[in-house]
Design a protein around this ligand. Structure first.
Ligand SMILES: CC(=O)SCCNC(=O)CCNC(=O)[C@H](O)C(C)(C)COP(=O)(O)OP(=O)(O)OC[C@H]1O[C@@H](n2cnc3c(N)ncnc32)[C@H](O)[C@@H]1OP(=O)(O)O
Length: 498
């Protein structure tokens, strides 16, 4: 059962509109094919009522109504009436699963509580509503008031209840306990359907879900992207993957291929961003970064595990950066349909490592730029002119200025100049140096700046400058993360060509 629209929406700061809830509900039931969805708590608000109505209307017309659930309260007729008006047919009745909560929150005795719960279940049944029962704080109940929990369950199994829902409300269980507590109840009440509901406070949600299933739980409560109150719930995608891979004789209806799609949809609607390292659905989880891993993928799939990206409609990627080796880069070049000689591949690899060392993110879209920069005909030119140091200033209401130190044929020159922009100031300082040497610099006729497409790269900016001297035109190219620096690199190349 997916509870993204009820417990998931209890993520602090998240609120879905009625239309968003409907879209997510439709995707979950028709494409992801979860068995059931819990879409709201009763009584919460007018907006929530509208959302439930929208979903129940759609579900009614499309045969899903028995799979749409709403959390309700032990409140006499109130929740049941709310359900009836909203057109919902299955209620998940929130009751007390620990003596502590019963005594201190509802301030009732077990006998009073059982009687009130029984009355709500009977009323629901009379109105054509099925009931599942939550035992709130059940995990602490098993630890601290087991006698009460068992007494309550002895009562519930006599009631017209479809499923009993066992929440680890505060996310306190460790896997061994999750297994033992679920097993104890499954053994004691054969034929009764138990759902297990994990929270992630110790980051053990998925581990607890796995143990609960091994212990015989019949259903699970999960949320897309692990959304939920505090540290969230057990994430749908991770739970499904691990169940499919590690629990024999248990099947789920969920389609792995659609998990990424629903994750992205929920991320968009909720504004709750998926961490890049979130298993199965995070941006980076199918990216090999280390060169050794990329190499091993080519050699008998040495780094294979069962979590292949294609299962989830995703693709293996090879990151580019300082830990890239030839294999990472080759994989990216293959995807772009580019072939390089071994020597050129080495030069390109070296350049990517240098960029990575400066903590710059290099993307696949950067590769063609890096290749043309590293391999253009300039690489054969002997460099006799090097821009050694410079200070560029940029300030409000003052002209940009540059102090420049440049080495020409082993001799060092220093100049200062102002300009209309930083690059203009740089060129003015340069012209002063060359004027002293009675050398006329080529004229700049065009200045073009490009960044790799996609907008994901923070590594590169390419400046291509067209120069004209004695009627002849030529271009030089500079590549750097900083635009002015890339123009200075292109200019230094010009100085070595003339
Ligand atoms: C496991 C979970 O995550 S449970 C999540 C349950 N869902 C929600 O809480 C949804 C959001 N909640 C709300 O919108 C509101 O709290 C409402 C509409 C449910 C109730 O609002 P209010 O009437 O203003 O009450 P308030 O929120 O202050 O307090 C909760 C009341 O519910 C009572 N209560 C607690 N559990 C239950 C229960 N299972 N059944 C009935 N009443 C309950 C409390 O004792 C308290 O009653 P009191 O004021 O008489 O002491």
């Amino acid at each position: 059962m997916d509870t993204t629209l009820r417990d998931g929406e209890q993520t602090s700061g998240v609120s879905f509109s009625a239309s968003e809830k409907l879209t997510i509900a439709q995707l979950l039931l028709t494409e992801v094919q979860v068995d059931r969805i819990e879409i709201a708590s009763a009584r919460v608000s007018e907006g929530e009522f509208e959302a439930v109505k929208k979903i129940t209307e759609w579900a009614n017309n499309n045969g899903f109504i028995g799979r749409v659930e709403v959390l309700t309260f032990v409140d006499g007729e109130t929740s049941v009436n709310w359900m009836l008006e909203a057109g919902a047919k299955v209620m998940n009745l929130l009751t007390k699963g620990s003596l502590n909560h019963l005594t201190h929150q509802l301030k009732k005795t077990p006998e009073q509580h059982f009687e009130e719960v029984g009355a709500v279940i009977a009323l629901a049944l009379k109105n054509g509503i099925d009931t599942n029962v939550y035992l709130e704080d059940w995990s602490n109940g098993m630890r601290n008031s087991k006698e009460y929990v068992l007494q309550y369950l002895d009562f519930l199994v006599t009631q017209p209840v479809k499923r009993i829902l066992l929440p680890d409300t505060l996310g306190v269980l460790i896997p061994e306990e999750a297994f033992n507590y679920v097993k104890e109840l499954v053994d004691r009440y054969p034929g009764i359907h138990f759902d297990f509901h994990a929270h992630n406070d110790y980051d053990l949600g998925t581990a607890n879900v796995l143990e609960a299933v091994k212990a015989g739980a019949h259903g699970l409560h999960l949320t897309v992207n692990g959304m939920g109150e505090r540290a969230g719930n057990a994430p749908l995608a991770s739970a499904i993957a691990v169940l499919n891979d590690y629990v024999k004789n248990v099947t789920t209806s969920v389609k792995e291929q659609s998990l990424y799609k629903v994750s992205k949809l929920v991320e968009n609607f909720s504004g709750f961003m998926i961490p890049a390292n979130k298993p199965v659905v995070g941006e980076n989880v199918f990216t090999q970064t280390a060169g050794i891993h990329a190499d091993g993928d080519k050699k008998n799939n040495l780094y294979y595990n069962d979590l292949m990206p294609e299962r989830f409609g995703r693709q293996r990627k090879y990151a580019l950066g300082k830990t890239s080796g030839k294999a990472n880069i080759e994989n990216n070049l293959n995807e772009l349909g580019i072939q390089l000689s071994d020597a050129d591949l080495k030069k390109v690899t070296q350049r990517i490592i240098e960029l990575g060392d400066r903590k710059e993110v290099v993307t696949q879209a950067d590769l063609p730029y890096i290749i043309s920069d590293v391999l253009d005909s300039y690489s054969a030119v002997e460099e006799n002119v090097t821009v050694e140091n410079y200070v560029l200033t940029h300030s409000k209401d003052l002209r940009p200025s540059v102090t420049l130190r440049i080495k020409i044929d082993g001799e060092v020159f220093e100049e200062h100049a102002q300009g209309d922009g930083q690059y203009d100031a740089f060129m003015n300082a340069l012209k002063k140096v060359y004027a002293d040497k009675k050398i006329c610099l080529p004229q700049l006729t065009d200045y073009a700046v490009r960044i790799p497409p996609g907008g994901k790269s923070d590594a590169l900016c390419e400046t291509i400058i067209t120069w004209s001297k004695e009627g002849k035109e030529f271009k030089t190219r500079g590549l750097d993360s900083d635009q002015t620096v890339s123009a200075i690199i292109a200019t230094q190349k010009m100085l070595n060509i003339i």
